[in-house]
Design a binder for this molecule. Structure first.
Ligand code: FAD
Length: 328
């Protein structure tokens, strides 16, 4: 049995991880533009990439239950393998004019002191990812496993038993299609939601001594002390237009500076570089796995939770493959 996996983002990686955990030997052709190739969109690279529980509780909705268990699965993965590019961070949801909303979501809020001022907050542990470092680490781990061959190629068509690439043609028994926002509309339209964020590198004199995420009005400011970097965002554009727009980021920056005026010197607009990723939003924000045909399984729709969901959804794909076809 030969499996072709198309795409080199989190969805593809979660599937390959799960195949390798379930089967001692499995032959995989892993096809997609190289992780570091900036010529092709890859949402997993262009992501603010924080994993936390965000106040999610069990027993309220199927998606909430999945996100809850996916969080602990990702936490276990991080604690077991200690991947490169992942940092444990303190995360403070800081109340502005939304105390009721935060209390509803998180429960009891507490006072925390920053810069000799008291703020009402909810505190949680979180993980922040340096996307390039982490994805390269995971790619290396998965692609050096027995049976995996990686190809840097772009697939232009998927037929019943072969995928036609720009460079070569790949034969398979089953294909896992993890093309993210480039999933073709003519197979099934998916909702694409671009998001922009700002990055400041080599931030000097940021007045905080820890790796930290502040969240104000639901938006993140992520400080990685070891890398001297700051990330603000992302935006959620309501159309699928990718062109850089910064209105939402300007507003988010203003909110942060109203709460923490001392950050202004490190967050100069003219020093920020803008990054853009395109998420795929499934119906009711749910990730999805479906059979395009008997040989072609699609995994997508991770929306804002790809770093949390990838391991769980990888398992779901492999379960689906096993149910219908695997060595049956
Ligand atoms: C601004 C922003 C902030 C975010 N913040 C967070 C966050 O804090 N926490 C979190 O968990 N998630 C976050 N996300 C969401 C997360 O990044 C995505 O859910 C996730 O990256 C989607 O992964 P994917 O593998 O489905 O898609 P992608 O990462 O886009 O991967 C698709 C892959 O398929 C390849 N491909 C496409 N077409 C072809 C083809 N024809 N042939 C071969 N290869 C092809 C692409 O090159 C790419 O490698 C954020 C996203 C954005 C945009």
């Amino acid at each position: 049995m030969k499996i072709a996996v198309i795409g080199k983002g989190l969805a593809a990686m979660g599937v390959i991880e799960s195949l390798q955990l379930k089967y001692e030997t499995v032959e995989i052709d892993w096809i997609g533009p190289a992780i570091g190739d900036e010529g092709w969109p890859n949402c997993s690279r262009n992501s603010t990439a924080v994993v936390a529980l965000h106040g999610i509780k069990e027993g309220l909705s199927p998606l909430g239950d999945d996100l809850y268990s996916a969080f602990f699965q990702t936490k276990d993965f991080i604690e077991s393998f200690k991947p490169a590019g992942v940092t444990k961070v303190l995360r403070y949801h800081v109340v502005r004019d939304d105390a009721d909303k935060l209390e509803n979501r998180f429960g009891q809020l507490e006072k925390h002191s920053f810069f000799n001022r008291d703020y009402l907050c909810f505190f949680e542990e979180a993980y922040a990812f340096n996307t390039d470092i982490f994805l390269s680490w995971w790619f290396e781990k998965l692609s050096t496993h027995k049976g995996v061959t990686s190809y840097d190629d772009y697939i232009v068509d998927i037929l019943s038993n072969e995928a036609i690439g720009l460079r070569d043609t790949y034969h398979f028994d089953k294909v896992v299609d993890a093309r993210g926002s480039l999933f073709p509309d003519d197979l099934r339209p998916v909702k694409k939601v671009p998001g922009h964020y700002w990055v400041w590198e080599n931030v000097e004199a940021f007045p905080v001594e820890e790796n930290i995420v502040y969240t104000v009005n639901g938006h993140n400011l992520i400080y990685n002390k070891d890398e001297s970097s700051l990330i603000l965002g992302g935006s959620t554009e309501k159309d699928s237009i990718l062109a850089p727009r910064t209105e939402q980021l300007l507003r988010q920056r203003e909110s942060f500076l109203e709460v923490f005026p001392e950050f202004g010197a490190s967050m100069k607009v003219e020093e920020a570089s803008l990054k853009t990723g395109t998420r795929v939003k499934g119906p009711k924000r749910m990730p999805f796995v479906f059979l395009q045909n008997d040989n072609h399984i699609v995994v997508n729709g991770f929306y804002k939770n790809g770093y949390t969901l990838c391991h769980l959804m990888g398992q779901r794909v492999v379960e689906r493959l096993s149910e219908t076809v695997w060595y049956s």
